[in-house]
Design a protein around this ligand. Structure first.
Ligand code: SAH
Ligand code: SF4
Ligand code: F3S
Length: 530
């Protein structure tokens, strides 16, 4: 290791890397370098860079095979590190991120940390971030502004940024420039490195940056702190679809599936632990197994195997319409513990826009798929994601989306105004639709969707549904709330002991966003006794 102060251009060795091209500081000095780490002095603070995100690198999808590691463990010297210390994690974004947070909590607790809701008590605060739209990022930068004051009051506090935003070149640069009080930045591929990185950040009092751009490996057996009656299970990581508007393939790396035996073992274990529902997670679950070189085993096969496990409810998200095959439809149609709710993002109803989004299906193919699903599952509930105001979207193309929404009759949808993401192809497309027009389209779309939500809720009136009771209603603790098989939130009055149980509820009142019913006691006692 060299320990003198030099200009970044002096870095010559092949084994050490020069990261200065990733940041804008002309006066950065190298203070030390060793294999895998280069430490710079930038604006009075030492910044240790182990690796930086690189979109070009991340976009390359090599043929190298996927390694699965089963040897995760907390390093010996970190096992007691968190004793008497507290952590807080703020999570943004999708279920994938929520689930990563469970892994991070699991690791921190294995190091002895305890969770706290009181920021002032926390010794480490991590922001697990989302990069999917600009407003998600704005929230994080706002939060960093607040956290600066805490850090000034308590310099020993470790502040970390992880998740999808850390995978962006521009974000890491911005944190180094504008938020130099951050201690730790790590990405979505190297969560398992947290104990080691935490050690460097704590002992050396340097900002530590380690973000891997692409990853072929899967780390099994990381601890997870799950709570409640529902559990998330990753079945695959990454995304290779590269829809032109989307940052996820860059932030989550290439598609890689967990081995079926590992997924099945995890689901069995969750069933033994008493979880009532599992949600299988992937950015595009229908691509599951495409990357296996030694076996022919796809998502339909996995669902068939999971349906045999004694866990009451199984859900999955998200499905890409392109890879939704007939075998999967056949398996889902058998229902049992597989729920009749499918989230099937369409994004747009216009063929021209779908093409420019690179969604790789047409409106006709999508509707054909919906037709096939409804033919074998007439009671299926379909939900979707839609983007309005994609660059160049005309009024007519937007009308095509409205027409598709009516034709499918979704029960609900997540709707978004297009948000340009630096580094994605759509960000370079001409975007001349006025913001006001985009907003109006969003309102009209939501109005249309609400009509269908209301109609579908109204159809439930008088029906008796099986409801898994999740807890007290958010707005009224006298009322319980739970989910139907189709994932509708149902409210009813009943004793708190029902939380975590399946009950029968007869629906009495329905609105666009509210469903109320009566608990049917007799059936419950049968269920509880069974
Ligand atoms: N993998 C999932 C969704 C990932 S992101 C899928 O393909 O369905 C969740 C949703 O965010 C997307 O379905 C899309 O509707 C929306 N989204 C993604 N990028 C966006 C962007 N740049 N602007 C607006 N919405 C976006
Ligand atoms: Fe993004 Fe498309 Fe992949 Fe979904 S399928 S994560 S929208 S690139
Ligand atoms: Fe956001 Fe990353 Fe999920 S960008 S939506 S947290 S995969």
């Amino acid at each position: 290791m060299t320990k003198e102060s030099r200009n970044t251009s002096d870095l010559k060795s092949d084994k050490v890397k020069d990261y200065s091209k990733y940041f804008d500081f002309s006066d950065a000095k190298v203070v030390s370098q060793e294999e895998g780490k280069t430490t710079y002095r930038i604006k009075g603070r030492n910044i240790q860079i182990n690796s930086q995100p690189d979109f070009k690198e991340g976009k390359r999808r090599g043929k190298e095979s996927i390694e699965v590691h089963y040897d995760f463990g907390i390093p010996q010297d970190m096992k007691e590190f968190g004793k008497g210390r507290f952590y807080q994690i703020v999570t943004y974004g999708c279920q994938m991120n929520e689930h990563d947070t469970e892994t991070i909590k699991g690791m921190l607790e294995q190091m002895g940390y305890q969770s706290t809701d009181d920021r002032k008590v926390a010794d480490i605060i991590l922001l697990n971030t989302c990069a999917v739209r600009e407003n998600a990022e704005d929230k994080v930068f706002g939060e960093l502004g607040h956290l600066k004051h805490l850090k000034i009051e308590k310099p020993s506090l470790i502040l970390g940024v992880c998740g999808c935003m850390s995978q962006e070149e521009g974000v890491v640069n911005r944190i180094m420039t504008k938020h130099p009080f951050v201690d730790l930045i790590f990405g979505t591929h190297n969560i398992h490195r947290l104990p080691v990185l935490l050690k460097d950040a704590s002992f050396n009092r340097e900002m530590v940056i380690e973000v891997w751009s692409k990853e072929g490996n899967i780390i099994e057996n990381m601890p997870k702190k799950r709570e409640g009656i529902k559990a998330w299970v990753n079945i695959m990581y990454g995304c290779d679809k590269f829809c032109t508007y989307c940052i996820v393939p860059y932030t989550r790396g290439k598609e890689r599936s967990r081995r079926p035996e590992d997924v099945i073992a995890e689901v069995r274990d969750l069933a033994r632990q008493g979880f009532k529902e599992i949600m299988l997670l992937g950015q595009n679950v229908n691509a599951y197994g495409k990357d296996f070189e030694d076996i022919e085993y796809r998502f339909g096969d996995l669902m068939a195997d999971v349906s045999k496990i004694d866990i009451p409810r199984v859900r999955f998200t998200t499905s890409h319409p392109r890879d939704f095959d007939d075998h999967l439809i056949e398996v889902l149609a058998k229902k049992g513990n597989l729920m009749e709710h499918i989230h099937l993002p369409v994004q747009s109803g216009s063929n021209e826009i779908l093409k420019r989004m690179s969604r790789k299906y047409t409106r006709e193919l999508y509707l054909e798929l919906v037709g096939k699903i409804k033919a074998v599952m007439p009671d299926v509930v379909l939900t979707t994601d839609i983007i309005v105001g994609f660059p160049g979207e005309t009024d007519e193309q937007f009308e095509d989306t409205l027409a598709l929404v009516r034709e499918v009759g979704y029960d609900s949808a997540y709707t978004f105004i297009y948000s340009p993401r630096e580094g994605t192809p759509a960000a370079d497309m001409k975007d001349d639709i006025p913001a006001e027009v985009k907003k109006q389209r969003l309102y009209r779309l939501n109005d249309t969707l609400n009509e269908y939500s209301k109609a579908s809720n109204d159809r439930l009136k008088g029906q008796t549904l099986e409801v898994l009771v999740e807890g007290e209603s958010k707005n009224n603790e006298q009322v319980l709330a739970g989910r139907s098989r189709t994932n509708k939130l149902v409210h009813f009055e009943g004793p708190k002991e029902l939380i975590g149980q399946f009950v029968q509820v007869r629906i009495t009142e329905t609105q666009t966003f509210y469903i109320k019913g009566e608990w049917i006691h007799e059936t419950v006692s049968l269920q509880l006794g069974s």
